[in-house]
Design a protein around this ligand. Structure first.
Ligand code: DC
Length: 219
């Protein structure tokens, strides 16, 4: 079968990660979490004290970063300059910083090349915000996964509640703030590509969403 490049975009908490992983497993494809790359740059900026609003500083920072996805014991891990940072990029602080940093053109430019290089071989599911619109406008199949804000907040809350002190209302507000940041930024704002298949996952299980996607792929 022809090797496809599949993109899944959508707002925070729409279920992109779970669905993208499941779809990639089902097809025997690689799964690439591009949000993790923005989180990695945010972590590096925090560690080195880079001003997230200063483009020259951010450019210097990006030039020193080496990011690589590596499969360790069947799990996808992200390495930053040789160090496994996978477990350090999901805190509430890094989440907000990643959102701020992802609006900076120098950061997007740096990650654009990296993402396109990762996509060269196809046979991959790329998850993000601008996969279908900017990074891979010629992707073979584009999905935009959405859900109501409350549903997304509830899902995110369930995910983080064991490791975080945030209340559901705080998670809900964070999601709204991130939606605003991600969809109103000038460069590569979050929006469905014109040729994307939009799926509302509010009332669908992960398995149902994956089935729906597979039916489009088969078609
Ligand atoms: O998907 P995520 O929550 O891990 O993404 C973290 C941040 O990175 C999010 O605020 C939006 C940004 N992002 C982006 O701008 N473009 C992408 N392709 C992926 C993520």
């Amino acid at each position: 079968m022809k090797k496809l490049l599949i993109t899944i975009d959508g707002p925070a908490g729409a279920g992109k990660t779970t669905v993208s992983r499941a779809l990639a497993d089902r097809l025997g494809y690689r799964y690439i979490d591009t949000g993790a790359l923005y989180r990695a740059v945010a972590l590096a900026a925090k560690t080195r004290g880079t001003n997230p609003k200063n483009d020259a500083e951010l450019k210097g920072l990006c030039a020193e970063l080496e990011l690589a996805f590596v499969i360790v014991e069947a799990e996808l891990r992200l390495f930053l300059n040789g160090e496994d940072i996978t477990d350090h990029i999901r805190t509430a602080e890094i989440t907000m910083l990643a959102s701020t940093i992802s609006a900076r053109p120098v950061v997007r430019e740096y990650l654009l090349d990296l993402q396109r290089t990762l996509g060269k071989e196809k046979a991959a599911v790329f998850e993000g915000r601008d996969m279908g619109t900017v990074v891979f406008p010629d992707a073979d199949l584009k999905f935009f996964l959405d859900a109501t804000t409350r549903t997304r907040a509830l899902r995110r809350y369930d995910e983080v509640k064991s490791q975080s002190t945030q209340t559901l209302e705080e998670v809900d507000l964070d999601i709204q703030r991130r939606d605003r940041n991600d969809s109103t930024r000038e460069l590569a704002p979050l929006k469905p590509a014109q040729d994307a298949i939009v799926i509302d996952s509010t009332d669908l299980s992960v398995a149902e969403v994956v089935e729906l996607m597979v039916s489009h792929i088969v078609e």
